[in-house]
Design a protein around this ligand. Structure first.
Ligand code: FNR
Length: 375
């Protein structure tokens, strides 16, 4: 293992290593408005900043002499074993980063057995992504539609294509106030890079009176979100599928309680990477209060601001079962396609292993009592 680390040190001195370096190389490759769409947050980007600051306010107080010669990073979610305690966050419109988009990302994820969450507004259809995933686990993320027949149809398609869980995003009942996109007059949905799941949906296509390209885009803009989405609907969605259902975008402990009452199987504590409501708490700071009310009854996944292995370990110590990785893998994708995703994930996995070992954690599924202190 020591040798492997040394080899990777030698092979990496030419390529980006830190998140900031990957971001910089992605920026050089992309058109400014497309890069801006991915990098930016909503409003004054207070929450985007807070998502990072939150991690450095916590410090690990490690345990020693725990025999960390082999670190078992596997976790169990919904009766299935996963090799690593993280998944790739649902990110739409990946063609902005690379022509092969989601297909390259899911192949990169498959190299390391990292589950991939396909977005409603992916650049390739959920069926094509499933095929590229092969036997790699995948989940499907749903933006609940104004025309719920479309959402139920996508749910059914996801089940048929071998998706193993449904992630319902609840913080996006309308688009956030995104000033970078407003300034650039840019909407990727209008540009058509997020239409694959719609044009491949018979219920959506049937609902259109104008089936031209412009009609399709108009149909998506009218149907992608659902401002009157509410808790009653969550119960109906739960009944409509046998797959585990997670809610993504929970920040308030009372909402976590409502989710459990609705029979939800897992919660993703998230502020959408600072892209929806600006001014909200960082996800990490929201986590302890939610972990307290959930009390281990259902899995909690932390999303927003994860950049390195130490962030992942802090989230686990504060009560998460796993985390999601967002922009980091997209910057790998933009820099070098599938190979870039593989490299970002490989580094993240290795840094996580070293962090766990040096913290005294030999088995993620049996976390020893490790403290974090506020700095
Ligand atoms: C997103 N995110 C997102 N979330 C979701 O539920 N459905 C989606 O289609 C998208 N699309 C999307 C596009 C882009 C360009 C970004 C950057 C993000 C949010 C994503 O799943 C995740 O919550 C954040 O990216 C997490 O924050 P970090 O890891 O990027 O800081």
């Amino acid at each position: 293992k020591g040798d492997a680390l040394l080899k990777s040190i030698v092979s990496q001195n030419e390529s980006p290593l830190t998140h900031e370096e990957w971001e910089e190389s992605a920026k050089k490759k992309m058109k400014p408005h497309e890069f801006g769409h991915i990098r930016s947050g909503a409003g004054a980007e207070e929450t985007l900043r807070r998502n990072r600051e939150a991690f450095s306010k916590w410090a690990i107080v490690p345990r020693m002499l725990n025999d960390v010669s082999s670190v078992d990073t596997s976790i169990n979610l919904f009766g299935r074993k996963y090799d690593h305690p993280f998944l790739l966050a649902p990110i739409g419109m990946q063609k902005l980063a690379d022509e092969e988009g989601d297909l390259a990302s899911v192949r990169g994820a498959a190299k390391w057995n990292v589950p991939f969450i396909t977005s409603t507004v992916s650049s390739y259809s959920l069926e094509d992504i499933a095929e590229a995933a092969g036997s790699n686990p995948r989940w499907f993320q749903l933006y609940w539609s104004n025309n719920e027949k479309i959402s139920y149809s996508m749910l059914q398609r996801a089940e048929q294509a071998g998706y193993e869980a449904i992630v319902v995003t609840v913080d996006t009942v309308m688009l956030g106030w995104r000033e970078e996109d407003l300034r650039n007059g840019y909407s990727p949905l209008r540009a058509g890079v997020g239409k694959a799941n719609y044009v491949n949906d018979p219920v959506f296509m049937e609902s259109l009176t104008d089936k031209s390209d412009a009609g399709v885009i108009q149909g998506i803009l009218e149907n992608v979100y659902h401002p009157s989405f509410n808790w009653k609907k969550i119960e109906e969605i739960k009944k409509a599928t046998k797959l585990p259902v997670l809610l993504k975008g929970i920040l308030h402990p009372e909402d976590a309680i409502l989710a459990m009452e609705a029979g939800i199987d897992g919660i993703i504590v998230s502020n959408h990477g600072g892209r929806q409501l600006d001014g909200v708490t960082s996800s990490l700071d929201a986590l302890p209060a939610i972990a307290e009310v959930v009390n281990g009854k259902i899995p909690l996944i932390l999303d927003s601001g994860i950049r390195r292995g130490t962030d992942l370990v802090k989230a686990l110590i504060l009560g998460a079962s796993a985390v999601l990785l967002g922009r980091p893998y997209i910057y790998g994708l933009a820099t070098a396609g599938q190979a870039g995703v593989e490299q970002v994930l490989g580094n993240f996995i290795e840094e996580t292993r070293v962090t766990l070992a040096l913290s005294g954690i030999a088995k993620v599924a049996e976390m020893p009592s490790i403290k974090l202190i506020r700095q």
